[in-house]
Write a protein that binds this ligand. Structure first.
Ligand SMILES: [Ca+2]
Ligand SMILES: [Ca+2]
Length: 261
């Protein structure tokens, strides 16, 4: 958590990028292209000189590690888990990046549920673990999980996604289970953090392979001319140019625009 103190009164542009998930381990090898990507949000907010806002930059989820649980990124990424069979391990989800007008707890978004409509300015969703580059954070909605059993599509599981009104939990992506009793060789990553966090799947049969959902983004009503863009769309890259989805840790930029409030 970082603070920003307005040096002068005026209108400021807030830009936030959600964190990516970690990368998937398959056959004890990290798959460099298999991770979920973060979304992007922006909007304009007027501040008086010396006003403080609180910037919570989402962390990248941990990569899958051999026979390990893999932590989600700071600010709401859910934990991933190894397959409890051989040499696969699923990544932690990416944390969201959020900006608030107060400090609650350690500044992670899930602390703000009771004041979410008054104190949270903006959120960009984090990517879900599991990969293939399309497990994106929001946007108005994060990506929906995908599931295969024995490497084939299945409709055994109900799939839900994070939206503006619902998700796994406010500010928190779902974590993989820790008890694999009764399910053999299942691969369960963590959901992405967000306004609402993304879902993963509770495995109920052997050989379940999951790509977890990303978290949703959000624009607070105190902002003007804002938008939240999902990670499967193209948007500005923090240091120039454009990107389709955000990789690595999240990012935040606050820019002074004009002296008029
Ligand atoms: Ca294997
Ligand atoms: Ca395996």
């Amino acid at each position: 958590m970082q603070t920003f103190t307005a040096p002068i009164s005026g209108n400021y542009k807030l830009e936030v990028w959600g964190g990516a998930s970690g990368k998937r381990l398959q056959g004890n090898t990290i798959l460099n292209n298999d991770y979920g990507i973060g979304g992007y949000s922006y909007g304009y907010y007027s501040m008086n000189a010396n006003q403080v806002i609180y910037v919570s930059v989402g962390g990248k989820g941990d990569d899958g590690q051999f026979q390990s649980r893999n932590k989600g990124g700071w600010n709401g990424g859910g934990d991933g888990e190894w397959d409890h069979a051989d040499d696969e391990s699923m990544a932690g989800g990416g944390g969201c990046t959020s900006v608030q007008i107060s400090l609650k707890g350690d500044g992670q978004l899930f602390n703000y549920e009771s004041v979410r409509n008054t104190d949270v300015l903006i959120v960009a969703g984090g990517g879900g673990g599991g990969g293939f580059g399309n497990q994106y954070g929001g946007g108005e909605t994060g990506s929906i999980p995908e599931v295969r059993i024995n490497n084939k599509p299945t409709d055994l599981y109900e799939l839900k996604q994070a939206t503006q009104d619902s998700g796994y939990a406010f500010g928190q992506g779902q974590s993989a289970i820790t008890d694999f009793t009764g399910v053999v060789n299942t691969e369960i990553p963590g959901g992405g953090g967000g306004w609402y966090g993304g879902y993963t799947i509770i495995p109920i049969v052997n050989e379940t392979f999951v790509k977890a959902g990303g978290g949703s983004g959000h624009i607070g009503t105190m902002l003007t001319n804002g938008a939240t863009i999902a990670g499967n769309q193209t948007f500005p890259k923090p240091k120039g140019g454009t990107e389709t989805g955000h990789s690595g840790d999240g990012y935040a930029i606050i820019s002074w625009i004009s002296a008029s409030l």
